[in-house]
Write a protein that binds this ligand. Structure first.
Ligand code: X8Z
Ligand code: ZN
Length: 609
């Protein structure tokens, strides 16, 4: 979902500016120095306007995402422009208070107004409109893309499944290549123009470029945050390198040298995912000998005749077991849980807070499989967070930082353990894998979690370079593949055409959703897990720990969620985990037994690429 203020799930997306902003013009129209009272009045009005605009824009965006047509896109572009104009006017308005000794909530809110837009436009006439037209069109180009397979038009939600289940490398290559040529090349010039406009907007607000603006949302100087991210990556990269080495060997065994050589990077189309971002679908290749679990969650869901709605109900049941209130009836009436047959929708899963109160919803083209079972918990996490912080004042209605927002539901889904599957009746007690299968359980999880880390990082590494001008439009694709190779150790299955714009084939690029949040989430969800299991008094291995039914942990977790964005994020992290730093050692500890196994397996291999 789009928001007016980045990070805020609800707050700033829209707004036709209503009335004059409170500020430093006195009744006679003469300039006089702004006072503390002026600052308070300015923030109060901003909050009221944002709230109103968000509700209005959310309804429009919801309709457009559920029914993509020329007209709904026109409306979305219109309200998007109005919201940006409002956000920019307020952001510029904060400048008049820069010399005042603001403190506490007021200072924090002022800062958020100044830096909260994801893509600012310059305030000159027409800029916000042009920007909104481009972003709306990129978004719908992505969601309407289809490719031709044997004369049939196939959309992304089905292609994603095929990338996970098909094993013929020629066919995988075909799907992979066709998807990237479906609409991405036509996005290239629009994207470049968008970068120009948004950078101009960011500069007007005092930032070097949009990348610096994005990095400003973490309660520390942007340059420090960039370093922090590299520090975290340094903690986890050795684990990724071992998993890469092992997976490459298994792909080599299965496909042979011609498809996947023993050394060098991995072919991007054979990793079981359209973007090679999670490799869980390769479990059948990667399962550890003698330690493999013998059930498959997708099969269990199918056999138990789960429907998409049932998956969401069971997800809700988890949150209820922690003592959280059930979802409101309107959630069930207004959410989109399955893909409609008769119209084009944005299928990429999202969670919405329409009115900053109780109107929360998800929108997903849910399939009955393990991956979407996880995604259901992920999306519900957003909704429960939104509901928990709705008592905060409007600007604070957001995640402590955006990584927190992404980590809530994923942390919950880490509790989907064999024991939990027994508790919900999907698995028989006798099928619980014993401890000789621990490596199998960890492997399955690592293929989804560890594999993701470099991808989570490089998406914005690429955008930071694009926004800073280090990467120019002619080099968009080359720079993309340099980063894909450097961080993930993957390469395309063949030469890329000159007009390729492969970043455009991944939702968050045309959708302009910052992606660092997911990298942070994949680090932090393991910190949450470790803290939660300690609170629960769990003494076994972390990957067997499920907090299902634990109301004490639930209450403490909810207390963190209720804080929203009202305090610097280290305070929120401390409230739940007792630590004030993001720290990769929790995920490293979680996978420590697997790391030993991988090192042993890889000992005669030449790792790296
Ligand atoms: O986009 C998402 C969520 C919605 S916030 C479905 N995720 C990232 C992705 O799909 O690329 C979740 C994990 C990474
Ligand atoms: Zn999310």
């Amino acid at each position: 979902m789009k928001k007016l203020l980045m990070g805020a799930s609800a707050l700033i997306l829209v707004a036709a500016c209503s009335g004059q902003l409170p500020g430093n013009t006195d009744a006679a129209g003469a300039d006089s120095p702004a006072t503390m009272d002026d600052a308070a009045a300015f923030v109060e009005k901003a909050e009221a306007d944002f709230l109103d605009m968000n509700e209005y824009a959310s309804h429009v965006f919801w309709v457009q995402a559920n029914f993509i047509t020329h007209d709904t896109s026109w409306l979305a572009a219109r309200v998007g422009a109005e919201a940006t104009e409002m956000g920019v006017e307020y952001a510029n308005g904060t400048k008049q208070f820069k010399d005042l000794p603001l403190e506490g909530d007021l200072a924090r809110k002022m800062k958020m107004i100044a830096q909260g837009l994801t893509l600012p436009a310059p305030s000159k006439d027409g800029a916000a409109k042009e920007l909104a037209k481009i972003t709306t069109s990129l978004d719908s180009m992505y969601s309407s893309g289809t490719i031709d397979i044997d004369g049939e038009k196939v959309a992304l939600d089905d292609l994603e499944v095929m990338m996970g289940t098909e094993r013929n490398p020629e066919f995988l290559k075909e799907i992979w290549e066709k998807w990237r040529m479906a609409s991405a090349p036509q996005m290239h010039d629009k994207y470049a123009r968008m970068v120009e406009i948004a950078n101009e907007g960011a500069r007007e607000l005092g930032f070097k470029d949009v990348g610096e603006l994005w990095l400003s949302g973490y309660d520390m100087p942007p340059a420090d945050m960039a370093k922090e991210v590299d520090r975290l990556w340094g903690q986890v990269a050795p684990l990724y390198d071992q998993l890469h080495c092992y997976t490459r060997a298994k792909l080599n065994e299965n496909y042979g040298d011609d498809v996947q050589p023993e050394t060098g990077p991995i072919r991007a189309d054979i990793l079981g995912n359209m973007w090679a971002q999670t490799w869980g679908n390769l479990y059948e290749f990667a399962k550890p000998e003698g330690a493999s679990i013998d059930y498959d969650l997708t099969d269990l869901l199918v056999k138990a005749e789960y429907t998409p709605r049932k998956m969401v109900e069971v997800g809700e049941g988890f949150y209820s077991s922690l003592g959280l209130e059930p979802l409101p009836d309107t959630f069930w009436e207004r959410s989109l849980i399955t893909k409609p047959k008769d119209r084009t929708v944005v299928c990429h899963a999202s969670a919405w807070d329409i009115d900053s109160a109780d109107d929360i919803r998800i929108k997903m083209c849910t399939k009955v499989n393990a991956e979407d079972f996880g995604t259901v918990h992920h999306e519900l996490g957003h909704n429960y967070y939104q509901r928990a912080y709705k008592g905060q004042s409007p600007i604070f209605q957001s995640g402590a930082h955006d990584g927190f927002h992404e980590a809530i539901g994923d942390f919950i889904a880490l509790s989907i353990t064999p024991q939990y599957l027994v508790q919900i009746g999907l698995l028989d007690e006798s099928q619980i894998p014993d401890e000789s299968k621990d490596i199998g359980l960890l492997m399955e999880r690592a293929l989804d979690k560890v594999s993701f880390l470099p991808f989570g990082l490089l998406m914005d590494k690429w955008r930071w370079k694009v926004f800073s001008g280090e990467v120019t439009p002619e080099n968009y694709n080359t720079a993309w593949w340099e980063l894909r190779k450097q961080y993930q150790g993957i390469v395309p299955p063949g030469a890329r055409p000159d007009n390729a714009f492969d970043p455009g084939g991944k939702y968050h690029i045309p959708g302009n959703t910052p992606y660092l949040r997911y990298f942070l989430s994949f680090i932090m969800q393991f910190q949450f897990q470790k803290a939660a299991c300690e609170q629960a008094g769990w003494t076994g291995p972390l990957h067997r720990c499920s907090i299902y039914g634990n109301k004490e942990v639930g209450a403490r977790f909810n207390a963190m969620m209720e804080m929203g964005q009202s305090q610097p994020w280290p305070d929120a992290l401390e409230a739940f985990t007792g630590t004030r730093q993001m720290d990769g050692s929790a995920i490293v500890e979680y996978f420590a037994p697997l790391m030993e196994y991988l090192k042993e397996e890889n000992k005669d291999r030449t790792c790296g690429w």
